[in-house]
Design a protein around this ligand. Structure first.
Ligand code: NAD
Ligand code: DAU
Length: 351
C-alpha cells in the first residue's frame, strides 16, 4: 500500500510525511517540483528510508504524474502542492494560477484516468484529499460567527481565489465523475520547517538578526492559529474516516491579533536569548498594509470534532514555545533556506 503526497517538501507536506512515517510503514511517494518553498533538507532524516520516495515532478506534468500513479498504484492522493504566500500572490499572481488552478486540474485529470482503471474494490477505497485553506471563505467582521463548512466562498486575494478555484474543481470531479474526494479547509499553521516569509518564522528570524519586525497596517488583524502537528493529525483522521464529497474545517480555536503574536514571540526570545540591551519588541515597526488585507479569520471545526473526536493537542502557548525553541536550535536551517530568491523577495516586499 502507498499514498501520494504532492508538495511534500514544503512546510506542511514535510511535517505530514514525517508524522505519517512515525505512525505507519505505508510508503509515501512525494511529488514535488522543489519550488523556492520546497526544501529537501526538511526530509533529511528520511534520506535512507525506503518508505519515502521523492519524485521531482511538477503537478502540471500530467504524463509524469500518470506514470507515477501507474507504477505505484497508490490508495490515495493528497494534494498539498501549491503556491501558498498571499503577499507573493499580490506581487506575481501568475504562478498561483499556474500551480493552484491549472496544476490541480492537471493532477485531477491524471488521477481520474488512473482511478477509472482500478478494480472495483480499489476504486471504492481510493481517496483524493484536497488540502485547502480558510481564506477561501473571505474575511469576518469582529462579531461574525466563525466559518463553518456551509459558508459561501468569498476569496479576496489572488492566492485565496486560486485555492477556491481548485476546491471547486475538486468538488466538480466528485459531482460529475464520482471521484471519491475529501476537502479540508484549515486555518493558519505554524511550527517547525516553515519558510521565513510567513509571519511567525519571519518575526523570529528578523528578531535574531536584529532587523525590524514589520507589522502590516494597525496589526489588529486576527488569524486562528493551529500547530502544524495538529493539522497533520486532522488530515490523517479525515483521510481515514472522512465521508467522500464532504468538506472538513480544521482550526485551532486560537484567535490572536498579529501584534499580540509578535509581542508573544518577543517575550519568549527575551527570556531565551536576551538582547544586549532592551527587548526584541523595540524592533517592532508598523509598515504599509497588505492590499486587500483580510481582517479576521476564525474556524468552526465542530464537524471534525464531533464526527471524529479530533482535538488539537497544542495550545497556542505550548505550540509557540516549541516553535521558538525549534528555530533557536535550527538557525542553520533558516540560513540555508534564506537563499537568493528569499533575499530578493524580502528586498521587494519590505523596502
Ligand atoms: P509551502 O509553500 O511551504 O509548500 C508548498 C510545496 O509545494 C513546496 O514544497 C513546493 O516545492 C511545492 N510545489 C509548488 N508548486 C508545485 C508544483 N507546481 N508542482 C509540484 N510541487 C509544487 O506551503 P505550505 O504552507 O506547506 O502549504 C501546503 C498546502 O496547505 C497548500 O495547499 C496551502 O494552500 C495549504 N494550507 C496552508 C496553510 C498554512 O498556514 N501554511 C493553512 C491552510 C492550508
Ligand atoms: O489562513 C490560512 C493561510 O494562512 C494559508 O492558506 C496561507 O498559505 C498562509 O500563508 C497563511 O496566510 P496569511 O496571509 O494569514 O499568513 P502570513 O503569515 O503571510 O500573515 C499572517 C498575518 O500577519 C497576516 O494578517 C499578515 C500579517 N503580516 C505578515 C507578514 C509576512 C504582517 O503583519 N507582517 C509580515 O511581515
Amino acid at each position: 500500500m502507498s499514498i501520494v503526497v504532492t508538495g511534500g517538501a514544503g512546510f506542511i507536506g514535510s511535517n505530514f510525511i514525517l508524522e505519517w512515517l512515525a505512525h505507519s510503514d505505508e510508503t509515501v511517494i512525494n511529488i514535488d517540483c522543489l519550488s523556492y518553498a520546497g526544501n529537501l533538507s526538511n526530509l533529511q532524516s528520511l534520506q535512507d528510508d525506503r518508505r519515502h520516495m521523492l519524485k521531482v515532478v511538477n503537478i502540471n506534468d500530467r504524463d509524469e504524474v500518470a506514470k507515477i500513479l501507474d507504477q505505484y498504484q497508490p490508495r490515495a492522493v493528497l494534494n498539498l502542492a501549491a503556491e501558498s504566500h498571499v503577499d507573493r500572490s499580490i506581487h506575481s499572481p501568475a504562478a498561483f494560477i499556474e500551480t493552484n488552478i491549472l496544476g490541480t486540474f492537471s493532477l485531477l485529470e491524471a488521477v481520474r484516468a488512473y482511478w477509472n482503471e482500478l478494480a472495483a474494490e480499489e476504486k471504492k477505497g481510493f481517496r483524493f484529499l484536497q488540502v485547502s485553506t480558510d481564506e477561501v471563505y473571505g474575511s469576518l467582521a469582529a462579531a461574525d460567527a466563525a466559518f463553518n463548512e456551509s459558508n459561501q466562498y468569498q476569496p479576496n486575494s489572488p492566492y485565496s481565489a486560486s485555492k477556491a478555484a481548485s476546491d471547486h474543481l475538486v468538488r466538480a470531479y466528485h459531482h460529475t465523475y464520482g471521484l471519491p474526494v475529501l476537502t479540508t479547509n484549515c486555518s493558519n499553521n505554524y511550527g517547525p520547517l516553515q519558510f521565513p516569509e510567513k509571519l511567525i518564522p519571519l518575526i523570529i528570524h528578523n528578531a535574531l538578526a536584529e532587523k525590524p519586525l514589520p507589522i502590516y497596517g494597525d496589526g489588529l488583524q486576527i488569524r486562528d492559529w493551529l500547530h502544524v502537528s495538529d493539522h497533520c493529525s486532522a488530515i490523517r483522521r479525515v483521510l481515514e474516516k472522512g465521508r467522500t464529497g464532504e468538506v472538513y474545517n480544521i482550526g485551532g480555536n486560537s484567535e490572536m491579533t498579529n501584534i499580540d503574536i509578535v509581542r508573544a514571540i518577543c517575550a519568549l526570545l527575551d527570556q531565551r536569548k536576551p538582547r544586549l540591551s532592551g527587548s526584541y519588541a523595540d524592533l517592532i515597526e508598523y509598515v504599509a498594509d497588505r492590499p486587500g488585507h483580510d481582517r479576521r479569520y476564525a474556524i468552526d471545526s465542530n464537524k471534525l470534532q464531533e464526527e471524529f473526536s479530533w482535538q488539537p493537542l497544542e495550545t497556542f502557548t505550548s505550540g509557540l514555545e516549541k516553535t521558538v525553541s525549534w528555530y533557536l536550535s535550527n538557525a542553520a536551517w533558516v540560513e540555508e533556506v534564506s537563499n537568493g530568491d528569499y533575499l530578493q523577495w524580502t528586498k521587494t516586499q519590505y523596502s
